[in-house]
Design a protein around this ligand. Structure first.
Ligand code: PMP
Ligand code: GLN
Length: 378
């Protein structure tokens, strides 16, 4: 039978992490911490498993966790979604994104994507019979060119997907961006899917601006986040979606048949752990220190960069070193220098190559230092 996604192979994250493992390179490619999650989280999972919480969770998520998500949203963004009708726990942000897209995109619909963008959006749009409409972020800062977005909106536009803080560039959207977006779609029935998985990683005293803070936007948006990023547990695959009741009801129909529900003891452990706000309130400083340590290492190299404003990724420009295609350079850096990174062209549908690599700095000091020493030799 013919493939439904003939042009899709293994993701760049799988490719680069495998190459790093094969060549014993320091892996700063795929985004995940190389340090363990907090010990109390592990004990909480164990406690709930021992106590017998090992059967299906409710389809929408454990009530305790949905309640905590609502409280956190209220505390952070001044908006308290109804945990019964507006919050859904999913198996990672990946599932929430999939469920949101499949809930609303019909054959012939168009969905605007701002490139470079995360790899999981476009394939799901296509599987729904929709068309991704690509708008490039504007160099050098990867800001949104809203006039360009406006020109690509048509009567077929069903949704716009945004991601702030942004993977892979580290750019963050401002309130002005959100106001502009709200004005752009006022009077249409265009929906917004806002991927905010790095919401707690914004640096230099800046604040994350969530779609949930914006009354006009949140009434037509799905907002997605992930505990994997916030609590250093990417392998647990627990995320969530916040959306108005009507949209949530449609999203849950999809979630019900993708995974039905997510692991019970993990949800209960996270709900308890959320009691202490300090864990996410401390995250900006925690990652800013890592960003700065890695930046200090990069200063000894020939790579050029602007410090990341958010996420745990740092983009570097390498065109003063070589003119090679970024995917070739990333492979050579892994096999010859011993440091793996993600080539940013992988985030463009047409492999646009602006000579950028993405490094993940969610790593121990030793790892970042060792990587810096190797990169200084390039
Ligand atoms: N969106 C973005 C922008 C991401 O970087 C990631 C994690 N790589 C995800 C979604 C997926 O998150 P999760 O691991 O919770 O599925
Ligand atoms: N979100 C991670 C990244 O950007 C990768 C997750 C995955 O491998 N699918 O590196």
């Amino acid at each position: 039978p013919s493939s439904k996604l003939p042009d899709i192979g293994s993701s760049i994250f799988t490719v680069m992490s495998s190459l790093a493992a094969e060549h014993k390179a320091i892996n700063l490619s795929q985004g995940f911490p190389d340090f363990n999650c907090p010990e109390p989280l592990i004990q909480l999972v164990s406690k709930y498993m021992q106590a017998g919480f090992n059967q299906y969770a409710p389809m929408t998520g454990m009530p305790q966790l949905r309640h905590k998500i609502s409280l956190k949203t209220d505390k952070m963004y001044g908006y308290c979604p109804n945990p019964e009708t507006e919050v859904t726990v999913t198996s990672g942000a990946t599932e929430a994104l999939n469920a949101a897209i499949t809930a609303v995109v019909k054959p012939g619909d168009e969905v605007v994507l701002l490139e470079p963008c995360y790899d999981s959006y476009a394939p799901v749009i296509r599987l729904c019979g929709g068309s991704p409409i690509y708008v490039p972020l504007a160099l050098p800062n990867f800001s949104v060119d809203w006039d360009h977005v406006k020109r690509r909106i048509s009567s077929r536009t069903r949704m716009i997907i945004i991601n702030t803080p942004h993977n892979p560039t580290g750019a963050v959207m401002s309130k002005h961006d959100m106001d502009t977006l709200a004005n752009l779609i006022e009077g249409t029935d265009i929906l917004v899917l806002s991927d905010e998985v790095y919401e707690h990683m914004v640096f230099d005293g800046q604040q994350h601006y969530s779609v949930l803070q914006h009354p006009q936007l949140r009434e037509r948006s799905f907002v997605v986040s992930s505990f994997g990023k916030t609590y250093h547990i990417t392998g647990w695959k627990i995320g969530y979606a916040v959306a108005p009741a009507q949209l949530t009801s449609e999203l849950r129909k999809m979630h019900q048949f993708i995974t039905f529900s997510s692991p019970t003891p993990l949800q209960l452990a996270i709900a308890d752990f959320m009691e202490e706000e300090k864990h996410y309130l401390e995250l900006p400083n925690f990652y800013q220190a890592k960003r700065d340590l890695f930046a200090a290492q990069l200063k000894n190299t020939r790579f050029e960069f602007i410090p990341s404003a958010g996420t745990y990724f740092q983009l570097v420009k390498y065109d003063s070193i070589t003119q090679e295609f970024d995917q070739d350079f990333a492979k050579r850096l892994t096999t010859e220098t011993g440091v793996a990174a993600i080539p940013v062209s992988a985030f463009y549908h047409d492999k646009t190559d602006n000579k950028y690599l993405r490094f993940c700095f969610a790593k121990s000091e030793e790892t970042l230092q060792a990587a810096g020493e190797k990169l200084a030799k390039v």
